[in-house]
Design a protein around this ligand. Structure first.
Ligand code: G6P
Length: 610
């Protein structure tokens, strides 16, 4: 949700900022802008549209400056246009600001500032911050104090960076609720909303925490709390590499990430499975294991694809652990005053570890005394840092907006947690070893599914002009039906619904006619016969059926229009396989419609606003 970048040093900041913005474009891409200061003179360039357009505009002006800020926007307040894009400036363009987040009391502040003579030109909430800072500068305060005083007046969330022509030796940054990281170089420093924008320049970073503000010079930085207490920040060394955030020869990040899944799943389980004991070892849970295993209830809270992983987790936990489990949308969870007890464990699943609703729900659960665990991909993210413990999925950076490899990584970790706890409860050593044996075959089985890519592309050709889709599954594969439908909606803009296969009779069946494609997730498991009945019901109404079926199932070919045959595994691991053809199907349909799958309209990878 909005990417922010900044540079202070000796080099020309413009190409550094443009390149950083391109790496952050997955966070928002409706408009972009840059502000630089050179010899006490500021220049601001903004564009509606992608960073590539901004790049062209900067080339025409031939900017050269050692200090600057850049922003790529995902609109909240005010339509995407040049005026509403960041940086925002005060009246004489001596102060420039970029902001990620939402200022909730901006109307009140705006009215107050207008009364005092400040002129607003945009419809954004962000613009109030720059005028507020200016109001303190007018009273004679320096930039740092003015930013600090201004932030004391705003309510809401922010990751901000501010520069001024009057103090061109520094960038002021602050954070509350939106991520902000400082990159430490040699006689140069960087800042960004996430490390992807920094990794080409430095591996040494400092994460600001909520309520912290820092003054970043070319050769040093100092940090304080908004309340003015001095703080020491730790410099962390990143282990990530630049090639992890490149497309690596694939036409899109999404296809790269789908194809990477045999490796990413291997990484999610690496070093964590112990054959001799038929169990899993998860370092991030060791300190809390006792409390975890004696929990009376589990709650899983998340958004989007991560919420679907949570639904699969519910099946796993209840089947193997017999611990009652509820799955909650993080946005609903935090606002309905949920009943949380001290003997509850609440898992928060988030690829980015920054989703505002999930983070806020986690803070609320922590306040109420529950054990709070994170399942995140981004190392060092807010959810990972603020939880009592947790497990990283180690899927590597996910850049495509539609989540793919993070989902299979989340399923891997949920199954590992289940295995670990089940072995401490009722699961026998023999069953643990059998599960181990199934687990280690998953990457190779995903590889076999990926080899069906061309076949799936042909099916996509058949259905690319459909207006609606139904996805149906039972048990563990019901959440996979939801995820398949979400993938299609997100990137192809085709309306799609996921449903429990049997529930389809209570409504969606009314939609079925010869134009309705219905995707059945129908592996040969204990619900297979029931699914076949559901297939017959759709067939009787002339629906066109695509089935994700087991490799050796020949019966199903006679019933459906298209089959995608995949390897089998045990039920708990099956969603890691069944989701893969659905990712490819959505991908090829969207590509055939000529759409940008990595940056679908209106979406953002990391939703850091509520
Ligand atoms: C956004 C993304 C989804 C993602 C969801 C949750 O809506 O577009 O792909 O599943 O946020 O994100 P998280 O980072 O918390 O898993």
């Amino acid at each position: 949700m909005c990417g922010i970048v900044g540079y202070i040093g000796k080099k020309n900041c413009v190409p550094i900022i443009i390149e950083g913005l391109k790496r952050l474009e997955y966070r928002g891409y409706d408009s972009a802008g840059i502000a630089v200061i050179n010899e006490a003179k500021s220049t601001v360039i903004k564009n509606k549209g992608k960073v590539s357009l901004l790049e062209k505009s900067t080339e025409n002006v031939n900017l050269n400056s050692p200090l600057g800020l850049g922003h790529t926007r995902w609109a909240t307040h005010g339509i995407p246009n040049e005026i509403n894009s960041h940086p925002h400036c005060n009246h004489d363009q001596s102060i420039m600001l970029i902001h990620n987040g939402i200022i909730e009391n901006y109307q009140v502040l705006k009215t107050m500032l207008i009364k005092s003579g400040f002129k607003f030109i945009s419809d954004t909430d962000s613009e109030v911050i720059v005028h507020l800072i200016d109001s303190f500068v007018h009273k004679g305060y320096g930039l740092f104090k003015s930013v600090r005083f201004a932030l004391n007046e705003v309510e809401g969330t922010y990751g901000i960076a501010v520069i001024s022509t009057k103090e061109p030796d520094k960038i002021i940054v602050a954070k509350k609720g939106s991520p902000l990281v400082i990159g430490i170089g040699e006689n140069e420093n960087y800042l960004a909303s996430d490390v992807n924008a920094l990794i080409a320049h430095t591996k040494h970073v400092v994460y600001l925490e909520d309520g912290e503000i820092a003054e970043v010079y070319a050769d040093r930085f100092t940090a304080k709390t908004i309340e003015d207490e001095d703080i020491q920040k730790e410099i962390i060394e990143l282990t990530m590499n630049l090639d992890e955030i490149d497309r690596g020869g694939y036409p899109t990040f999404m296809l790269k990430e789908i194809m990477e899944q045999p490796d990413s799943v291997t990484n999610s389980m690496r070093g964590r499975l112990i054959f001799e004991e038929g169990t899993a070892k998860l370092g991030g849970l060791e300190a809390v294991l006792n409390k975890l295993i004696h929990s009376k209830r589990f709650i899983i809270s998340a958004c989007g694809t991560s919420w679907h992983a949570g639904l699969v987790g519910e099946y796993m936990f209840e089947q193997f652990l017999r611990i009652p489990t509820e799955v909650e949308y993080a946005s609903e969870f935090r606002y309905r005053n949920p009943i949380i007890n001290e003997d509850d464990t609440i898992f928060f699943i988030s690829q980015s570890g920054e989703t505002a609703d999930t983070l806020a729900a986690m803070k609320e659960a922590k306040r109420k005394g529950a054990l709070v665990l994170g399942i995140c991909n981004v190392v060092g993210s807010s959810i990972a840092r603020e939880s009592d413990g947790g497990v990283y999925i180690h899927a590597g950076p996910e850049i495509g907006v539609a989540s793919t490899k993070a989902f299979t990584g989340q399923l891997t970790v949920l199954a590992l947690i289940t295995m670990l706890l089940a072995r401490k409860k009722d699961m026998s050593l023999a069953d643990g070893k059998a599960l181990y044996n199934e687990f280690i075959q998953i990457p190779e089985k995903i590889n076999r599914i990926l080899a069906l890519n061309e076949q799936i592309e042909k099916i996509a050709e058949e259905f690319k002009d459909s207006n609606n889709f139904l996805y149906l599954g039972r048990g563990y594969n019901f959440p996979v039906a939801l995820e398949g439908a979400l993938k299609l909606k997100e990137i192809s803009y085709i309306h799609a619904e996921g449903y429990p296969a049997a529930e389809m009779k209570h409504g969606p069946i009314a939609l079925v006619d010869e134009n309705m494609p219905v995707v059945f997730i129908a592996p040969k498991d204990s619900t297979y016969d029931k699914i076949v009945s559901n297939i017959q019901e759709i067939k009787a109404r002339k629906g066109r059926i695509i089935a994700i079926a087991s490799e050796h199932d020949e019966e199903i070919d006679k019933l459906v229009d298209f089959t995608i045959k995949i390897p089998d595994t045990v039920r708990i691991l099956m969603p890691m396989l069944t989701v893969v053809p659905l990712q490819l199907l959505a991908y090829h349909i969207a590509m055939k419609k000529g759409l940008n799958v990595d940056q679908p309209r209106n979406l953002a990878k990391s939703v850091t606003v509520e």
